[in-house]
Write a protein that binds this ligand. Structure first.
Ligand SMILES: NC(=O)c1ccc[n+]([C@@H]2O[C@H](COP(=O)([O-])OP(=O)(O)OC[C@H]3O[C@@H](n4cnc5c(N)ncnc54)[C@H](OP(=O)(O)O)[C@@H]3O)[C@@H](O)[C@H]2O)c1
Length: 322
């Protein structure tokens, strides 16, 4: 099977590629935007900028993959808000170009979407709940999902992710270690706590306080299941349990055997609030995953199991160099 993947240097994409490399029946072609991957790679790189819509179409027509997994995206909420035209091109237009090209060459198309298609106001949302995005990112993901559904003769799966954390295997130096408004703050927390420094956990406003945090390797496995699934639709490929950022920080303290007293809930940094003054952030997204679990043959990991796997991955990755 030939798989074309975008965003292979990212947190999610690198985990998808890592899983695919464990199989010997997959030929991988990965789009390349910034620098080459840092890990030793044995797959083909294909230079591509999402803002070049024609190139997005042409590369699929040229490579004729069996599956396209589109992980690449911009996630910087302020950039998106300020640079709307280019962001729309990179998100909505590129997606539509990929989708049409996939229909043309008969490839299955997996689009990576987000729980931020929801506003975080409903007590429980399902795969069938109407989206109600509250920011430009969520709007672009929602429009992209709808565009895919309208492409004739397309085999597709929309794999929504939420609060992704884990190791970026292909480009470890890109792993963020700063504080955050979602679940990307996890490396910051580990870094602070294991160096005996206070880890400030922003409690709001403008944080995604509760979500189905997802271990990147587990989300990657779910996306590959979406790729293999025989049928179209939306899949909730996130952790099976919702958790708050503060609870997650305390679980991390347990896991890494560090001092809980160093965890400090504080109001969101005023500079960050100011930068995001025009951007709404969904506060609490709790969802059902039952339909997805039934279709994909498993549900994603719960909090404890995912964190257990994460610790194993962390130790295996960093232990030899410490
Ligand atoms: N992280 C989360 O918590 C989360 C939650 C829900 C949904 N998602 C979705 O999951 C997907 C993957 O996110 P991620 O966390 O892996 O993001 P990430 O780590 O920031 O990676 C983004 C990827 O997109 C590539 N990219 C950026 N601009 C590009 C451009 N103009 N042309 C081509 N490639 C470009 C980057 O390439 P370079 O490395 O070369 O710049 C990188 O490989 C996205 O669709 C995102 O919306 C993520």
């Amino acid at each position: 099977m030939r798989v074309y993947i975008t965003g292979g240097t990212g947190l999610v994409g690198s985990n998808v590629i890592r899983l695919m490399r464990l199989r010997d029946d997959i030929e991988i072609i990965a789009s390349q935007y910034g620098p080459e991957p840092e890990w030793d790679y044995d797959y083909q790189l294909d230079p591509l900028d999402l803002s070049d819509t024609e190139a997005c179409r042409n590369t699929i027509i040229t490579h004729k993959p069996d599956v396209v997994i589109h992980c690449a995206a911009i996630l910087d909420q302020v950039f998106m808000y300020e640079k709307r035209e280019i962001s729309w091109k990179m998100t909505v237009d590129s997606n539509l170009a990929f989708a049409h090209a996939c229909a043309e060459v008969g490839a299955r198309y997996v689009f990576v979407s987000s729980d931020w298609v929801f506003d975080g106001q409903e007590p429980l949302v399902t795969e069938d709940s109407p989206p109600h995005p509250v920011n430009f990112y969520g709007i672009m993901k929602t429009v992209s999902e709808r565009d895919i559904m309208g492409v004739p003769n397309l085999s597709y799966g929309i794999g929504r992710l939420a609060g992704v954390y884990g190791l970026n295997y292909s480009n470890p130096s890109l792993l963020r270690k700063d504080n955050g408004m979602g679940f990307d703050f996890i490396n910051y927390v580990i870094d602070q706590l294991s160096n005996n420094r206070v880890a400030e956990i922003w409690t709001g406003p403008k944080v995604n306080e509760v979500a189905h945090g997802t271990l990147a390797s587990d989300g990657a496995d779910m996306l590959l299941r979406v790729a293999n699934y025989d049928g179209n639709g939306i899949f909730h490929c996130w952790g099976s349990e919702a958790i708050s950022r503060l609870q997650l920080a305390h679980h991390l303290a347990d896991l890494f055997d560090v001092n809980h007293a160093l965890i400090a809930p504080v109001p969101t940094d005023p500079k960050v609030l100011d930068a995001h003054r025009h951007v709404s952030i969904p506060f609490r997204i709790v969802t059902s995953i039952e339909k997805t679990a039934k279709r994909l043959g498993r549900q994603a990991l719960g909090v404890q199991d995912a964190l257990h796997d994460f610790k194993k991955q962390w130790d295996a990755f960093y232990a030899p160099t410490r």
